[in-house]
Design a protein around this ligand. Structure first.
Ligand code: ADP
Ligand code: MG
Length: 517
C-alpha cells in the first residue's frame, strides 16, 4: 500500500471529520485553535501594564499561552488521520477479514468482501490495519501481494478510479523496471571487466544483458501515465489492465465509501473490476468494498451484487462501554498524566453512544474538550468542557448542513426564521408558504407549490433543523406546527451568507405579508 501521507486519495477521512475544526490546515490547527483567545491575552497584558509591573508588561503576546501546563502529550492520536494499531472490540471483524485475505498469501485469489456499518464504527481503521499487516507479511514471505486503497468519496467516477489504479501500478512497474535495469547495468559493467562474473547468471554475454536492458526500457516506454481527464474510459481500463498484469501478483483493491461511487457514477466500475479475473493472465484482483449505507447493493446489477458480496462483514455500532475502552486507550497516549477528570471519558462515550455509537464523534469530543480546557488555561479537562465541546460540534454540524442546503430549502428555512423572530408561535405551513412566496419574488426564484414546500419542510425536519409536529385542531382538522430546532442567530447568519439570500435587505415587509394574506 502506498504511503498515505503522499497521496490525497488515500486519506480515509471524509470532510465531516473535520467539520468542527476551526482550521482546515491540520498542521497549524493547534496554533490557530488558540486564536480566539488572543484578544483576552492582549487585554490581560494591558491590565498588568496598568498596574505598573514593567516585567510583566514587557511579556510578549505568546508568553502567557506558552506558560499554561499543556494538557496534551500527543494530540495527533486523537485526530481522524491517525490509524491506531489496537482496535478494541473489532477483533472478530478483523479476524474475519484476515481469514478471507490469507488466501492471497498462498498465491490464490481471495473472495471479494463487502463491509457494512454506520460511520464511525471502525471500518476504515480496521481495513487499513488489516491491509498493512497483509502487505508486511507478504514481504516477509516474499509473496507478491499488494493492497490499493481508494477513497471513493474523493475519487468518485469510474474514470478517476481506474486512472488512479492504473497510475499506481504504472509507477510500481516503472520502479521495478528501474531497479532491474540498474542491477543489469551494474552486472554488465562488471562483466566488461571480467566476464567470469556471468558464470552463475543466465546471461551468456554482455550483449544479452544489453538486449535485456533494451527490452525493459521498451516496456517502460509503454507505460504512459493516464491523465486525470481526457482519455476514453476503455483506454484507461486497458492501461490499468496491462499495468496490473505486467507480472504475477494478487491485488486487493479496497474501495472505501463505495456507496458514494455507486450513487454518483453507477456500478460500471464494479462491474468491470469484478470480471477482470477471467481475462488476467499473470495477476489476480480481489475487491474489498466498504459501505456506510446498508442498502446500497439494492442499486447494483445482480451480477455485480453477487460477485461483490461473496463475503459480508458487518460492523455494528459501539455501545457506551465499548466507546469508553476505545477512548481510554487513546487518552492514555494523547493526554498528560492526570489531565482528564474522572467523568470526561464516560461522558464523551455517553454522548457518542447517542450518535449511533460513533467512535469518530467520541474522539472529536474528547479532543475538542481538551482544546477548550487548554484555552481556559486550566490543567484539567472537566465535564463542562465536554458539554461545551458537544455544543460546538453540534453547532458546526448545523452550520455545515444549512450552508449546503439547496436554495429553495434555504428560502423555506429563512421564512421560518423570520416568523420565529417576529414572535409568531405555532407556525403552520400556510404561514411559511406566504412568506416563502414573497421571498422568492423578491430574489427572482421560482415559486414552488405549497405541496412541495410542505415536502421541503419535512426534509428540514429529517435533517434535524426544524421540528414539525402534526397537531389535531379538533373539528378544524389537522395541521403542522413548525418550530426551529437550531439556534436562530447562527442559522440566519449562515443563510444570509448565501449570495442570493444576502440580497434581501429589508425583511420586515415579508413578515407583514403574513397578516395580509
Ligand atoms: P468508519 O470508517 O466506520 O466510518 P473509522 O474507521 O474511520 O470509521 O473510525 C472512526 C474513528 O474512530 C477513527 O479515528 C478510528 O481510528 C477510531 N476507531 C474506530 N473504531 C475504533 C476501535 N475499535 N479502536 C480504536 N479506535 C477506533
Ligand atoms: Mg470510513
Amino acid at each position: 500500500m502506498t504511503d498515505a501521507s503522499d497521496d490525497p486519495d488515500t486519506e480515509p477521512d471524509t470532510p465531516e471529520d473535520d467539520s468542527y475544526d476551526l482550521s482546515a490546515d491540520e498542521q497549524s490547527a493547534e496554533t490557530r485553535s488558540r486564536t480566539p483567545d488572543l484578544d483576552d491575552v492582549v487585554l490581560d497584558n494591558l491590565d498588568t501594564g496598568d498596574s505598573g509591573d514593567s516585567d510583566e508588561a514587557s511579556r510578549g503576546l505568546f508568553d502567557d499561552l506558552l506558560e499554561g501546563e499543556p494538557i496534551f502529550e500527543n494530540k495527533e492520536v486523537l485526530r481522524p488521520s491517525y490509524t491506531p494499531h489496537k482496535l478494541p472490540h473489532r477483533e472478530e471483524q478483523i479476524n474475519n477479514m484476515a481469514t478471507i485475505l490469507v488466501t492471497a498469501l498462498r498465491g490464490d485469489t481471495p473472495s471479494n468482501i463487502l463491509i457494512y456499518g454506520k460511520t464511525g464504527t471502525g471500518k476504515t481503521a480496521s481495513a487499513k490495519f488489516v491491509s498493512e499487516e497483509l502487505e508486511t507479511t507478504s514481504q516477509k514471505y516474499e509473496v507478491p501481494c499488494e493492497v490499493e486503497y481508494i477513497n471513493c468519496e474523493v475519487t468518485d467516477t469510474q474514470y478517476r478510479v481506474l486512472a488512479q489504479l492504473a497510475n499506481k501500478f504504472i509507477n510500481k512497474n516503472v520502479e521495478v523496471i528501474n531497479d532491474q535495469i540498474g542491477e543489469l547495468e551494474e552486472l554488465a559493467s562488471r562483466a566488461r571487466e571480467d566476464d567470469a562474473v556471468l558464470a552463475d547468471t543466465t546471461f551468456e554475454s554482455v550483449d544479452v544483458i544489453d538486449d535485456e536492458i533494451d527490452s525493459l526500457a521498451a516496456d517502460k516506454e509503454e507505460f504512459e501515465e493516464v491523465p486525470m481527464t481526457g482519455w476514453p474510459t476503455d483506454r484507461v481500463y486497458s492501461s490499468f489492465f496491462e499495468a496490473v498484469d505486467y507480472h504475477e501478483r494478487v491485488v486487493v483493491i479496497m474501495l472505501d465509501e463505495i456507496d458514494k461511487l455507486v450513487e454518483k457514477s453507477g456500478d460500471d466500475t464494479l462491474y468491470n473490476l469484478s470480471r477482470m479475473n477471467s481475462e488476467l493472465e499473470n495477476s489476480r484482483v480481489s475487491i474489498m468494498g466498504i459501505s456506510n449505507d446498508l442498502k446500497f447493493t439494492d442499486f447494483l446489477d445482480p451480477r455485480v451484487k453477487s460477485s461483490l458480496g461473496e463475503e459480508e462483514i458487518v460492523f455494528p455500532p459501539y455501545d457506551a462501554n465499548q466507546l469508553r475502552d476505545i477512548l481510554q486507550a487513546r487518552a492514555d497516549v494523547a493526554f498528560k498524566g492526570d489531565a482528564l477528570s474522572e467523568d470526561v471519558i464516560p461522558l464523551c462515550a455517553a454522548f457518542a453512544a447517542q450518535e449511533h455509537g460513533d467512535a469518530r464523534r467520541a474522539l472529536d469530543l474528547l479532543r475538542t474538550a481538551g482544546e477548550l480546557a487548554e484555552r481556559d488555561q486550566t490543567d484539567q479537562v472537566e465535564e463542562d468542557h465536554v458539554r461545551q465541546a458537544q455544543e460546538k460540534i453540534e453547532l458546526d454540524r448545523v452550520v455545515e448542513v444549512v450552508r449546503t442546503l439547496p436554495t429553495q430549502s434555504k428560502i423555506v428555512l429563512f421564512a421560518i426564521i423570520l416568523l420565529e423572530k417576529n414572535g409568531v408561535r405555532n407556525i403552520n405551513t400556510g404561514e411559511v408558504f406566504n412568506i416563502y412566496k414573497n421571498l422568492c419574488e423578491e430574489i427572482d426564484a421560482d415559486v414552488l407549490t405549497q405541496r412541495r414546500v410542505t415536502d421541503l419542510i419535512s426534509e428540514l425536519d429529517m435533517l434535524g433543523i426544524v421540528n414539525a409536529v402534526v397537531v389535531s385542531k379538533g373539528r378544524y382538522g389537522r395541521t403542522k406546527e413548525i418550530s426551529l430546532s437550531v439556534p436562530t442567530e447562527e442559522t440566519e447568519a449562515v443563510l444570509l451568507s448565501d449570495s442570493r439570500l444576502g440580497d434581501i435587505d429589508d425583511v420586515q415587509p415579508f413578515v407583514q405579508a403574513r397578516f395580509d394574506n
